[in-house]
Design a protein around this ligand. Structure first.
Ligand SMILES: Nc1ncnc2c1ncn2[C@@H]1O[C@H](COP(=O)(O)OP(=O)(O)O)[C@@H](O)[C@H]1O
Ligand SMILES: [Mg+2]
Length: 185
């Protein structure tokens, strides 16, 4: 059983969105997935109530080890709980957003595989400047796309077959697929 934790010290960085899309991508390739919503806000559990979700979502860690191929943990922003497995850290490409998270990363890298994700990437000066100054070797990019907002509005994810002709979906699936490949590698 593999574990992917989506972690960040900040709220609103895309943890729930990325957790949901990764879970959808993993189901799409035939894996049995459990999403653990560890955040008190419980957006993940709330989304699953739309019944459009092809994986199980539970609040908090179950008592017994779940019988699945992949566990994805949507972590709360302020916690001392150590993320398990491969850790995905989303942040926006601005000094302020990065600064809030950056200092925790070296310590985590000692014990976990860490993938930094520049989320909500837009082609604007502040982000272009920031990205010029960092290495993209160990970082992946998820662009700002309205499709990520529209699909989650009713608990769907971009791998839902009913959505296959929606604007931007092909590109979104590609970037989430790349992230899942990297996380499972
Ligand atoms: N790549 C993206 N493109 C567009 N909107 C995004 C993207 N990632 C996240 N969002 C939006 O940002 C907001 C916060 O995302 P969310 O996943 O709830 O963050 P968190 O779980 O870290 O609090 C939501 O409105 C979500 O739709
Ligand atoms: Mg969340």
């Amino acid at each position: 059983m593999k574990i992917i934790s989506v972690w960040s010290r900040k709220g609103g960085t895309g943890k729930t969105t990325i957790s949901y899309m990764l879970a959808g991508a993993a189901v799409d390739r035939g894996l049995k997935v459990l999403l653990i919503d560890d955040d008190n806000q419980a957006s993940g559990v709330w989304l699953s109530e739309f019944n459009n979700v092809p994986f199980e979502v539970v609040k908090g860690w179950p008592e017994h080890q779940p019988n699945v191929d992949l566990v994805i943990v949507d972590m709360p922003p302020r916690t001392d709980d150590k993320p398990l497995g491969t850790v995905i850290i989303p942040y926006q490409a601005t000094p302020l957003d990065f600064g809030a998270t950056a200092r925790y990363i070296p310590e985590l890298r000692k014990t976990n595989k860490v993938i930094e994700v520049i989320n909500r990437r837009r082609n604007i000066a502040i982000q272009n400047e920031f990205i010029k100054g960092i290495s993209l070797d160990k970082r992946m990019i998820i662009n700002e796309r309205s499709i990520y907002q529209t699909v989650t509005a009713n608990g769907r994810n971009i791998f839902d077959p009913e959505l296959k002709n929606k604007y931007g979906i092909r590109e979104a699936k590609q970037e989430i697929t790349n992230l899942l490949n990297e996380a499972l590698a």
